[in-house]
Ligand binder design. Structure first.
Ligand code: F0G
Length: 349
């Protein structure tokens, strides 16, 4: 068959045990590694974009969710719960619908981008908006899974999620024929940087330097302490107390990498550059990785060599991030002369 069979079938020998009958897939993984000539020029390195927005629900979360949901099904769970800034929620909602179990997502009220909230509703998951942060939502979700019967926790504190997400590192190595010199990745709850590092360590050959980037207003790993009220335009990584802090610190420590902060202005500038000069539309959190590479280059600290930047989520997830900066123009009469004048005016040599 030509159907994309997903990460569980492709990497089964490298994943936790899953019985045949419990394999769940929406065709996740196998995402494109896209050359980025304009970004490369500015970053002083040969930059490739691992476009995780091409996954079934539009983010990297689908890799881990395929494994976690397969395992939850095999274990006989009737429901799942997760805390989320939106993408985990959208992914859990889709995979739970596929499996036929109930899905409860706990989110910070008003803190989830429109596209992600709509996905949760579309898939029929139950959304619980709390008057609190992601970090509080995670504490509550962990407790719900621990104390309520038959409810699986599908956040990345569940090792099945990390196991699924490490498959992206395998794909990068397969596509390049080796690991890159550096990997640039946004960091929120720190599960993904932990997962990539695990994947690179399990692959034979040298591993990349791990370069993590947080938003300046939500940078607990740069500051070395939790942030009570994280704030950034990149709502996906608006997290003040990352659950996988140790994994992130190990990844940068063992790889000779580092974690840096980028401002919201730098994030939005990188998002626009990717969309306008490379034709790749990612959400703000994803652009933090590229913003970080550009910042290192400006500081004369470009990693050089071949660098992969992980674009974790699709730009369509967060329409307001673009719409708030670029209004649609008013309608005009359906008049060819006006259109022709407009086109000619903007295409003069
Ligand atoms: N990029 C996007 C688009 C994300 O949605 C997230 C996390 C990250 C980066 C950071 O990954 O947390 O593993 O360090 N989103 C989670 C969620 C928190 O609930 O969707 P991380």
């Amino acid at each position: 068959p030509h159907a994309k069979s997903g990460v569980v079938r492709k990497y089964r020998d490298r994943l936790p045990g899953i019985p045949d009958g419990a394999i769940v897939s929406l065709g996740e993984g196998d995402t494109p590694l896209i050359e980025a000539p304009r970004v490369s020029e500015l970053a002083g390195a040969r930059v490739y974009l691992k476009f995780e927005g091409a996954n079934p629900t539009g983010s990297f979360k689908d890799r881990g969710m395929a494994v976690a949901m397969s395992r939850a099904l095999a274990a006989g769970n009737r429901a799942c719960v997760c805390a989320s800034t939106g993408n985990t929620a959208a992914s859990a909602a889709a995979y739970a619908a596929r499996v036929g179990i109930r899905c409860f997502v706990v989110v910070p009220a008003g803190g989830v981008a429109l596209g992600k909230a709509v996905q949760v509703l579309a898939h029929g998951a139950r959304i619980v908006q709390i008057e609190g942060s992601f970090d509080e939502a995670l504490r509550l979700s962990r407790r719900a899974a621990a104390e309520l019967d038959g409810v699986a926790l599908v956040n990345s504190v569940n090792p099945d999620r990390i196991a699924g997400q490490k498959t992206a590192a395998f794909e990068v190595c397969e596509a390049l024929g080796r690991a890159p010199e550096a990997l640039a990745i946004p960091v929120g709850n720190a599960g993904n940087i932990t997962a990539y590092w695990k994947g690179f360590c399990e692959w034979s050959g040298p591993a990349p330097r791990m370069l993590g980037f947080q938003a300046a207003g939500a940078a607990p790993l740069v500051l070395g302490r939790a942030v009570e009220r994280p704030e950034t335009v990149a709502s996906a990584i608006r997290i003040g107390d990352p659950a996988s802090r140790e994994g992130a610190l190990r990844a940068v420590g063992e790889s000779g990498g580092e974690i840096n902060a980028v401002t919201d202005a730098e994030i939005l500038e990188a998002q626009a550059l990717l969309a306008r000069a490379e034709g790749v539309f990612c959400e703000p959190a994803s652009a933090a990785a590229v913003a970080g590479l550009l910042k290192l280059a400006r500081e004369g600290r470009s990693p050089g060599g071949t660098v992969v930047a992980v674009l974790t989520g699709h730009g369509l997830k967060d329409p307001d991030a673009v719409k708030s900066r670029a209004e649609l123009p008013e309608p005009v009469p359906a008049d060819f002369g006006a259109l022709a004048a407009r086109i000619s005016g903007e295409t003069e040599p």
